[in-house]
Ligand binder design. Structure first.
Ligand code: SF4
Length: 250
């Protein structure tokens, strides 16, 4: 009996370690620099959920698209970029956040939403009870426009297939567009449409629901708008069926 229990415990431990190893490989594949310990524990204690994720294997599909993007010369931005900024996060994320384009820090590091705006986005996610590793973060454009100018229409047209394919592979339940550029591009709207007029409503992006909120860089410049952004995050939490962490502290 005791031998049987020992064998069972060993099997269970081996399964947990195999699951944890696979999870870490996922994270490493997408350039994650740190892994949430609580999330890793969840994975280790729930090997079934990881096995299902592995069977779907969206990581493989994203890898193919990222490899194509890394060699892309479809628009003039390839001449001035340092690095293609494809996207980071979980390949099975329920929530995909889409910004406008990489900035200087992103262009240097090859990761979206780093620097001050990225730190604010991380805090916004924390208020939703989420980590960067649990969502997927990317931009409409994968290369930085010089001097952070607005994306040109032809650049958005050239780059949109990458974004479209990313979202199709991840198949999230919700897209959160960060800023007017991302929202207008995804919804095919005129440049005169304001973000304020888009907030608070759920849109359809080819069968996936979409909400819009302010870009973190804008919120850094206009901190008085952060409470409106919190309303948008609250709406996203309601949609996903999760509790916003600091709703009561407002
Ligand atoms: S911005 Fe997009 S379309 Fe233009 S070169 Fe970069 S990856 Fe290609």
């Amino acid at each position: 009996m005791s031998h049987f229990m020992t064998t069972q415990a060993q099997d269970s431990q081996e399964r947990a370690l195999t699951s944890l190893e696979a999870h870490l490989r996922y994270e490493a594949f997408f350039g994650t620099r740190s892994v949430s310990v609580s999330r890793a524990k969840e994975v280790a204690s729930d090997s079934e959920s990881l096995i299902k994720a592995s069977e779907i294997d969206p990581a493989g599909g994203l890898g193919v698209i990222e490899e194509e993007a890394s060699r892309c010369t479809q628009c003039a931005l390839h001449q001035t970029r340092n690095r293609v900024v494809f996207g980071v996060g979980h390949p099975n994320a329920r929530l995909v956040l889409v910004g406008e384009a990489p900035g200087r820090h992103e262009d240097m590091q090859g990761e979206p939403f780093v620097g001050q705006a990225g730190a604010l986005l991380t805090r916004m996610l924390a208020r939703m009870g989420l980590t960067r590793e649990e969502v997927y973060i990317c931009n409409v454009l994968k290369c930085r426009p010089p001097k952070n100018r607005d994306p040109l229409p032809e650049e958005k047209i050239s780059c949109s297939p990458f974004l479209r394919r990313q979202i199709e592979v991840i198949a999230p339940e919700l897209i959160l567009a960060l800023g007017a550029h991302a929202a207008r591009t995804l919804l095919g709207l005129e440049p005169t449409v304001s973000l304020g007029s888009l907030r608070g409503k759920t849109y359809d992006w080819e069968g996936t629901s979409l909400l819009a909120t302010y870009h973190p860089a804008y919120l850094l410049r206009s901190p008085e708008m952060r409470w409106k952004a919190m309303d948008d995050l609250s709406l996203a939490c309601d949609f996903l069926g999760i509790d916003i962490v600091e709703r009561k502290n407002r």
